[in-house]
Each structure stands twice: as structure tokens, then as C-alpha cells.
Design a binder for this molecule. Sequence first.
Ligand SMILES: [Zn+2]
Ligand SMILES: [Zn+2]
Length: 423
Amino acid sequence: MARKWMVPVLLLVLVGIGAFLAMDRAAFRSRLGSTAAQRREPVPPAPATPDAPRHYPQGRRPLAIADHRYPASFFPNTELIGPAEMRLTALGTGMASAAPAQKSAGWMLELGNGDIFLFDVGTGSQQNLVALRPDWSKLDKVFVSHLHIDHVGDLDALLLEGWLAGRYTPLHVYGPTGETPELGTKAFAQNLRAAYAWDIQSRAGRLPEAGGRLIAHAADFRTTQVVYEKSGVKITQFPQIHVLAGAVGFRLDWNELSFVFGGASIPSRWFLEQARGADIAIHECFDTPERLAERTGASVREAVEEMLDAHTPPAGFGKLMAAVRPRLAVAYHAALGPEEMRRQVEAIRESYDGPLTLAEDLTVWNVSADHIEVRRAVVDTLPLPAGTTRGYAEAARAERQALSEALRRGAWEGYAPPALPQD
Ligand SMILES: [Zn+2]
Ligand SMILES: [Zn+2]
């Protein structure tokens, strides 16, 4: 009789002793009650500096990455950029007629010193920027390679939506002059802003006045010259060869790292000079002429003509990068699909065997002196606003525009708007 109840009790005692022995000392202490060192400290509130976003999401406090141990995917606003690192994000890698999964050309380059630079703002690229939920107060500089819509089609969105989203200083656009003044970046910027007169006027008094300004800096498309130099960052504009006079590329130097963006062009000696040995070199890599003809219904002859003065086929990209020998070559500017990617890689590899990325939208590169990490960003397709800063809230506003009395009298008396709260 006694044996019947003793067996389970004995088993329980043995299991208890086993569990006690298996527990390490720290775990045992934490069972008894955690010490101060083990207790999880509450996360302090974000500092109230002028640039701190006012609505920083809880649980998205960016962390430093140690020893290149990056998460497999990049989740926006979860990682600090290392002080000696640059992070490049593809906002758009396609051509005109942006597709849902491939917007027109756009790139964001973030530096470890806190600077952010945009290169090209093709149609749709702003959607990916919105999805990344950046600090919009810092997105005030864009460098445009030429004035084709697939490279500048979202400049209006960057100007006006960027202003709504949090920029409270003017937007600066850097780009080439044209053969005549009306073909240059200045005229483009002035005319674009003039076209949005109603939009800009409607926001007077509501948004910070300075955020609605667009300042264009045009540099001679024929020459290689430094167009930006500030806080240890130097950006050089160089000529490129693409359809019409007035296409350029850019090279950025910072902290002994170099980034080169070729815009759109056939292979040029200027790109070769600027990109040789660069840490990261982006150049267009168009469809093969045969594929272009298949896709568009053009003849192969017409497709080949595109490669004479406008675009670089994959074989040309391979040849160019074999001479450039960057730490990493980045190809973009073809309508991607599994078949296109296979043909591109085959043609590139005929002459270039170095490190290569065929860029897709939201590819992310972390570049430091001893490491390059290539990943994809994971974003929300219905993102909440990124939040504005204290600087945005406090920036000067103009006189608010009053609605005319004639229009007010047209309001339907059957509806009462929400009452203003009493404070
Ligand atoms: Zn173009
Ligand atoms: Zn293009």
C-alpha cells in the first residue's frame, strides 16, 4: 500500500533535484529575485533636442551593431549607423513607367556623421522613402543626374510632401546646367515650384515658411568640379553621356569612403576616372538589346541604337567595372524579372568577376572600411507618419491664409464642424 504513493513522490523529488542541478547560478538567483544588474532598466524617454522626432515609436529604439553582426533583414529605425560607416538604400532602381515593385531611380545615402544625401528622385521613389519612415527634417539635399522624369519625377513630392512630413528648411537641389538656360536644373526647379503655386499658397501659416522653398544649384555639365563641401563631405559632379547635353554623375567622399553614382550614361572616361577603386560604384546596366527589342516591340537595330548614345548594356557594364574595379559594383536601371536577371549576370560575368549587386528597390548596403553588408529592407506598406521634430513645431510660419467670406457663406447649415476644444 505504502509503495503505491511513494513511487510518484520519489519521482517528483528526483525531477526537482535534477532541475536544481541543471539551473546555472544566475538563473537560480533570478528565480529568487533579480539583482540590480540583472533587472531590465526602463528605456529612458527620447532626448528633447530640436532634431529629435516628437513621435518616436516605442520599441523602435535604434541599436548599435557590433562586429558586423547585422540582422538578416534591415528594419528601418532599429539600427544606428556606425560612426565610420555609410548606409545606402535603393529607393528606386527601374526606368520610366515605375512598377509597384520597381520605382524609377532614387538613392539615399546616410553617413555616420548624421548627414543624409539623396541622389535622383525618380517617379515612385518617394513611396519607398515614406515606407522607411526617415527623419524628414534631414532630407533637404538632392543631387540629380539629369532631368528625365525617371530621375526627377518625384522632386515635387520631395518638396511638398517632404515639407508636410517634417522638413522645415529649404530643399536644395544640385544638378547640371543645360545647353541653354531653360534646359538646366535651375529652370526646372523654378518652373516646378511655380506650377505648385496654389499648393504652396494653401499651406501658408500652417507649415514652416522656409520648408516650402526650393533652392537650385546648377553646375556646368561640361566640367568635373566640387559642388558640395561641408562637415568633411565632398561631392564632385562629373560629365556623363546620355541622349542630350546635361547629364552628370556624382562622387561623394567622406571619412576615406567613396560612393560614385553614374546616373544614366554610356560608359564614359569621366566615370572611369571618378569610380576607379571606389568603395561602392553604381552604374546603369540596361536591358540587353535583344531583350529590349522583345519587351518593347522595337527592332534589334533600334534597340542597339539606344546603346550608342544613351544606355549601357550588361556587357558594357561588365567591361566598365572590370576597368573600374570598385570594392562593390552596383547595377541598376533595367526592368527586372527572373529572366532579365539571368541574362544580365551572364553578360556582366563575361568580363567582370568582382563583387556585384543587381540592385532591387529597398536593397540596403552598409559600407565601412573593412566590411560591406548587403540586405533587403523590410517595410510596412501602410506606414504611419515618421513624426516631426520640435524644430518643425517651433519654426516660423507666415500669415495664415483666410478663406473668403463668399466661400464661408456657402457652408451647409445642416452640418456643424467639430467645436474647438477650450484650453
Ligand atoms: Zn535618362
Ligand atoms: Zn533613366
